[in-house]
Design a protein. Structure first.
Length: 236
């Protein structure tokens, strides 16, 4: 049985984790599901504190990693076996045109410039033409993933600031003439994941909703029907 934490425990855990903003999205408290001993959703209590602490400004203090080229050469590795559902799904979506999201032009894009860098990979990159040209960096959660919506949003927001925006745009011919402000953040959440359930429950999570708006997050739901992706925009 999972341990139940109080509001005080939750706030203290959050404050400790915020000391290292680069790895904050990996904080243990962001994985807690359910409610505090006082009956508040953990995500709600955390989101309220993050808004109060000015998390958007804190994230903007992350220094970009100066990787020169981001484009991944998938020749020869697209058939590599993997047990990670997100990577399998990312391969399925590669080169597809998705409603509201655009054309997926790359996946599993590393942020590291050197092996010692502490950074992950962007799950999906899309080129979107309408209503205006955008470069979308996307965090994908799929098939039974238990991470919270809050963690997913903070992960892609951290990656956004770790990204060398100019070098990233220069890595793809589709983004010729784009400016850093043309890079947007999105979550693509498979049905059956905790983050999808959170996103569908935002009427009961007003602080989480406010935080998603503060972080300028786009949220989409995903179903794969006989290999065909069905996309729904989740309004904030």
């Amino acid at each position: 049985m999972a341990k139940t934490y109080s509001l005080k425990d939750t706030t203290e855990s959050l404050e400790k984790a915020l000391v290292d903003i680069n790895s904050f999205y990996n904080a243990n408290c962001l994985t807690w599901g359910g409610k505090t001993s006082e009956g508040f959703y953990y995500s709600e209590a955390i989101a309220e504190n993050l808004l109060r602490f000015g998390i958007k400004n804190r994230l903007s203090q992350i220094s970009p990693i100066q990787r020169k080229n981001y484009k991944v050469d998938h020749d020869g590795i697209t058939q590599r076996r993997t047990s990670r559902y997100e990577e399998i799904c990312a391969k399925e979506l590669y080169k597809r045109d998705l409603p509201d999201i655009g054309r997926i032009i790359d996946y599993q894009v590393p942020l590291k410039a050197f092996q010692a860098d502490k950074a992950g990979k962007i799950d999906l990159i899309s080129y979107r033409e309408n209503p205006k040209n955008d470069a979308l960096i996307i965090e994908l959660k799929f098939k039974g993933n238990k991470e919270t919506l809050l963690r997913a949003a903070l992960e892609i927001s951290t990656y956004y600031h770790m990204l060398s925006h100019e070098n990233f745009l220069a890595s793809y011919e589709e983004f010729t003439g784009f400016k850093p402000l043309d890079i947007k953040k999105a979550l693509l959440l498979g049905e059956g994941t905790r983050s999808y359930d959170d996103a569908r429950n935002l009427e009961n999570l007003p602080n989480v909703r406010r935080l998603m708006q503060e972080l300028e997050m786009e949220i989409y739901g995903l179903r794969l029907v006989e290999g065909h992706p069905e996309i729904e925009r989740i309004a904030l």
